[in-house]
Each structure stands twice: as structure tokens, then as C-alpha cells.
Design a binder for this molecule. Structure first.
Ligand code: AMP
Ligand code: ZN
Length: 141
């Protein structure tokens, strides 16, 4: 399994720096985000060091993500929130600051302080078909 001695999340996996861990197994660690968007904001990370989601082997991401439903249920039960956002940022442009794959589990309530833009668009004629075909080809490679 990949690790990076300079990575803050690898250090959390190894127990070299403290974290409020709510779960740890061979594949992953879940812990409270140190700067929560909302109280109860949890991060789920793979034990292996991969910078972005396209780099992690499928079996390692599967072993991590099998914990996601129970973690979402625990966040909901403990915070008594009405909803949850699961966010996963890849790349600086997508607001990724820590270069070790992580899923944010963020409790949501009406009128809370977390906001984001969702500028839903519309495809010009033929563009959706073009993109679909290109992605199918890419996946077949
Ligand atoms: P992102 O912007 O998706 O890379 O999010 C990184 C998250 O990691 C931020 O929400 C930080 O608050 C959180 N974070 C950074 N260092 C630590 C740490 N030592 N313990 C817990 N959370 C951390
Ligand atoms: Zn790492």
C-alpha cells in the first residue's frame, strides 16, 4: 500500500499525529474534520496514499467505501441533522487542499452556514451524445 511520509493524512493513518478517529480498519480511517463546516463533519480516507480518486485501485476504494453508509447513519444519528452532503474534491481547482483522497461527510440543516453554487446548465443540440460516446470509448480502453 502506498504511503507518503510527508502527508498529513498518512500520518493520521499511522497514528503519528492525533485525530478524533471514529473508525479505523485496514482499508481506511474516519475522523472529525479539524475545521468543521458544520459540527460533526467527518472525513473518510483510504489507508493508502493516493492524491485523487482516479489514482486509487478499485479494490482499495471499495474496501473504504463499504463503511460509508454506516458513517452517514452515525453522523445523522449523533448530530440529529436533516440531511448530509458527501463531497469529494479532486485537484486544487476543485478545492482540494490535502493531496490524499478523502470524502467529506457534512451534516446539513435548514438555514445552516454551508452554501455552494449549483449553476445547472443546458446542453446544446448533440453535445450530450458527443460526450456520452467519448466517455464510453474512454471507459472501454
Ligand atoms: P479539502 O479542501 O477537500 O482538501 O479538505 C481538506 C480537509 O482536511 C479540510 O476540511 C481540513 O479542515 C481538513 N484537515 C486538514 N488537516 C486536518 C487534520 N490534521 N485533522 C483533521 N482534519 C484536517
Ligand atoms: Zn497520504
Amino acid at each position: 500500500m502506498e504511503t507518503d511520509p510527508n502527508c498529513i493524512f498518512c500520518k493520521i493513518v499511522a497514528g503519528d499525529i492525533p485525530a478524533s478517529k471514529v473508525h479505523q480498519d485496514d482499508a481506511c480511517v474516519a475522523f472529525l474534520d479539524i475545521a468543521p463546516l458544520i459540527e460533526g463533519h467527518v472525513l473518510l480516507i483510504p489507508a493508502g496514499h493516493y492524491e485523487t480518486l482516479d489514482q486509487i485501485p478499485p479494490d482499495e476504494v471499495a474496501a473504504m467505501l463499504k463503511n460509508l453508509p454506516a458513517l452517514v447513519a452515525a453522523v445523522k444519528a449523533v448530530t440529529n441533522c436533516q440531511g448530509v452532503n458527501v463531497l469529494q474534491n479532486n485537484g486544487r481547482v476543485a478545492h482540494q487542499v490535502v493531496p490524499h483522497v478523502h470524502f467529506h461527510i457534512i451534516p446539513r440543516n435548514p438555514g445552516d452556514e454551508f452554501h455552494f453554487n449549483w449553476p445547472a446548465g443546458i446542453y446544446p443540440q448533440g453535445r450530450a451524445e458527443q460526450l456520452t460516446e467519448a466517455m464510453r470509448k474512454q471507459l472501454a480502453e
